[in-house]
Structure formats: C-alpha cells, structure tokens
Design a protein around this ligand. Structure first.
Ligand code: 6PG
Length: 468
C-alpha cells in the first residue's frame, strides 16, 4: 500500500481531528497526520481501514512538516487556548515563508487576530477556521467559516469544498474575511446555538410540567414542528432525546440527567463581544445566564426549600406555541446577525450576511429551514439591513409575536422560567417603540451629573429645568 503525497497535514487526532482527516481521505485528499501522543497515531491509522492508503502517519511534528510539499498547509485541531500558542512556538521555526497554519478549533477571535499578525511577521499565513457539526459533521460534512488571507483561501478552497456539507449541492464553506472573521462568525453561531437550545428546553418544560404532557407526546409535537418552518437539527435531536427511556429506571432518559449544563466559552464570548460592540444579544445572554445559574444547584435547592417551587398548570395551545417559537427564533437570528453586522463594520471585514446564512443551512448545529429565508432576506437587502424589516418575516412576526406574548405571560404567571422566550419579547417590545424610555434615563443623567441631553426639537445639548 503506497501513500500519495499529502496535500495537507493535520495535527491533533482527537475526536474532531480524526473525523476531519477521515473525511479528507474519503474525498480523495491525501493527508499527513500526527498527534502529541504517538499511540493515537497508530490506533487512528488502524481504524482508518482502506482510507489509510491516503493517510501518511507522521511520528512527530518534524516528520509531519517534512511530509508536506511547500508551501505547506498545516491544520491543527487542538485546544485553541494555550496549547495553540505552544504549537505555534514549536512550528514557526520549522516552517518556511508562504506556509499556512490553520486553527480549526473554537478560538477567541482576538487570539486569532493576534496569532495572524504573529505569523505574518514570519511571512506565514494563519487561518482561523470555524468548523461546526460535531463529530458527525466533521466526518461527513461540516459547515466551515474561514477567516484568513486570499492566498490561503485559494489553496484551501478545493480541500474544504470537497469535505464540506452540501445544501442543494452547494458546499457550506466560505472565506468570510481576514484573520479572526471566521472564528468570530463561528462564535456567534455558537451563541445562537445556546439560545436555541435553551428555548427548546423552555418549551419542553412548559409542555411537560405546565401542560402535563409526557416526553413522548412532546417528542411527537417537535417532530410535527420539524416538518414545517421550525425544521432544524436542534428541534430534531430534542425530539429524539425525549423519546429515549433509561434502561435502569424505565423512565425518560432525560430525567436521569443532572440539571447542570457545561459551557466552554463561545456563548459567553458572543455576549461579551456584543456588548463591546455596543450591541446586546439578550436572547443569547439569557441562555448563557441559564447555563451559569444551572451550575448553582445547591443554591437553587436552598431557595426552593425556603420559598417553594409552586407552579400552576398551563393551558397549552400547541399551534400558538409553534408560532411563538418561530417568532422568537427569527428574533434570535436577528440578534445574531446584528452582532455580525456590528463586528463587520468595526473590524472592516465586509461580512456578507446572506452568504453566512447560506453556509449555515447544512452541516452545522444551528442548521434550520429558517436560514433559507434569512439568506433570501439578506440577499434582497432588507430595509436598514435588518431581517425584522424584511417582507419575508412580516407575517411570521405579525402572527407569532401575539402568540409569544401569550405564551410568555401565561408561563410567567404560572411560575415557569422562560428567560430566552421572554428576552425575545423584551427585545421586540423595545424595538417596536419609536419613542422608548431613554428620555427618563437622560433626565436622570443630567439631574445627577449635568450630562446634558438633546431635545425632541433637535436642539441641544441642553440641561433640564432642575439646573436653573
Ligand atoms: C458546533 C458546536 C461545537 C461544540 C461546542 C459546544 O458548532 O459543532 O458548537 O463547537 O459542540 O463547542 O459548546 P459548549 O461546550 O460551550 O456547549
């Protein structure tokens, strides 16, 4: 068995790295692989079966780099925190001008920008590649968000196009901008993922405890939703999850899972960056808060025993709930794209929102039917660049928001926590008021600090009569 000359090197044979390497080999792309601990390399090649013919195992970094034709493409699938900087320390002296290093993990885009300029000083390219879709996606077709130079893209495009997920035949991968643009878009993708997951958890809670529905009945409803405008990967897997019983208890498998959610940081980064950009991702923030509070189990238990957890039954109108969730999902994506727009302007990335929505239609965790409409809405240049003003969503919002209002007010009245659904409504009710509440804030600022304000007649700055 002979190995053809590798087109790309891949370092880091964890779950995602192994799956990506096999995906490449499966698509006829010869790949050299290596890993920090050498044991994993042999095990990987053995598991690759016939695909091993396109895989060049390399015992260490030196061997991996030596196996690659120049200019080299070297993809690292290792933690994008400290280990990535250590990896760069090790490879920079071994690489030659024109080589490209690709970070395919979830990185803080500030790190990606810093690393790109570090490599640039050595005549090297650095690509921040957001890869979504989990292990299954990495193996059979992820959605990929590339940030890096045009030159790196020209070399990577054939490889990434071959291994990407496809939507109606179109590959779900694009160069979105320079340096950190790809990792930023992936971060916001994950923020939307957090909000969508929490929203589905809230819906499940309302149906299960407010409506007294069984997990299997909820699963059937989610299946129905998944055949309509709410079709999405997360809707689909939530239905599947709810159908499982635990082999030991015989009851729903979800009931055996501790209610403490992990988080690696991308949701939090989305919220932090949104705020820094003068935006606010309240649906995502509510989901991040939900995960943070979930870890405070002891406090929640103490509060439950002190104050009780009474919750009243709810009247469930499943059709209204569907419309409510659809409206909330539109608002969730709207917030995500507003952050992308703000970052694009601030960093001069010229992000194309229609293209981003297109490459999110398959392969990634937030893939959803709605994204087809979102890409169409952006392609038509909606008023003020906002999808909430696009004709595509006018009816969805007009019929969905009253349903959302009824679901949120009923749920809150009955004592259920619906932080994401209520954040969606709060965002909506704030943004549809031409005149909001900030005149009171301005008056207060002026009163205590002489900060001044503009008057409604357009003149200013002024102080209030409280200073006369
Ligand atoms: C994806 C996922 C992936 C991963 C998250 C989970 O797009 O494939 O978002 O990146 O599942 O890192 O993040 P948390 O651990 O923060 O939930």
């Amino acid at each position: 068995m002979t190995n053809s000359t590798p087109l790309i090197g891949l370092y880091g044979l964890g779950t995602m790295g192994s799956a990506l390497a096999l995906n490449m080999a499966d698509h006829g792309i010869a790949v050299a692989v290596s890993n920090r601990s050498a044991d994993a390399i042999d095990a990987f090649v053995e598991e690759a079966g016939p695909l091993a013919a396109r895989i060049t195992p390399s015992a260490d970094l030196d061997a991996l780099i030596a196996a690659l034709p120049t200019p080299r493409l070297l993809l690292a699938m290792i933690p994008s925190t400290g280990p990535m900087d250590g990896f760069l320390d090790a490879v920079i002296p071994k690489l030659a001008k024109g080589d490209t290093v690709i970070d395919a993990g979830n990185a803080d885009f500030h790190d990606t920008r810093r690393r790109a300029s570090r490599l640039d000083e050595h005549g090297l390219h650095f690509v921040g590649l957001g890869v979504s879709g989990g292990e299954e996606g990495a193996r059979h077709g992820p959605s990929m968000m590339m940030g890096g130079s045009e030159q790196s893209w020209a070399r990577l495009e054939p490889i990434l196009t071959a291994i990407a997920a496809r939507y109606d035949g179109a590959p779900c991968v694009a160069r979105l901008g320079p340096d950190g643009a790809g990792h930023f878009v992936k971060t916001v993708h994950n923020g939307i993922e957090y909000a969508d997951m929490q929203m589905l958890a809230e819906v499940t809670e309302i149906l299960r405890h407010g409506g007294g529905w069984s997990t299997k009945r909820i699963a059937s409803l989610l299946d129905d939703w998944n055949a309509g405008p709410l079709e999405s990967y997360l809707t689909e897997i939530t239905a599947k999850i709810l159908r499982y019983d635990d082999p030991d208890t015989g009851g729903p498998a979800v009931d055996t899972i501790l209610d403490r959610a992990g988080q690696k940081g991308t949701g939090r980064w989305t919220v932090i960056e949104a705020v820094k950009l003068g935006q606010s991702a309240t649906l995502i923030e509510a989901a991040v808060a939900g995960r943070a509070w979930s870890s405070e189990k002891a406090l929640r238990e103490a509060m439950e025993s002190r104050f009780g957890k009474e919750r009243a039954p709810m009247e469930i109108d499943a059709a209204a709930l569907e419309r409510a969730v659809l409206a909330a999902r539109v608002l969730e994506y709207a917030q995500g794209f507003r952050i992308l727009g703000a970052a694009s302007e601030h960093y001069g990335w010229a992000l194309d929102p229609a293209r981003i929505a297109e490459i999110w239609r398959a392969g990634c965790i937030i893939r959803a039917r709605l994204l087809d409409d979102i890409s169409a809405a952006f392609a038509e240049d909606p008023p003020m660049g906002q999808i909430v003003l696009s004709a595509h969503f006018e009816q969805t919002l007009k019929s969905g928001v009253p349903a959302l209002r009824s679901v949120v007010s009923q749920a809150q009245g009955a004592g259920y926590a619906v932080p994401v659904l209520s954040a969606a409504l709060g965002f909506w009710d704030t943004m549809r008021q031409g005149r909001g509440t900030a005149h009171i804030i301005q008056a207060q600022r002026d009163f205590f600090g002489r900060h001044g304000f503009d008057r409604i007649d357009g003149t200013g700055p002024h102080h209030g009569p409280w200073w006369d």
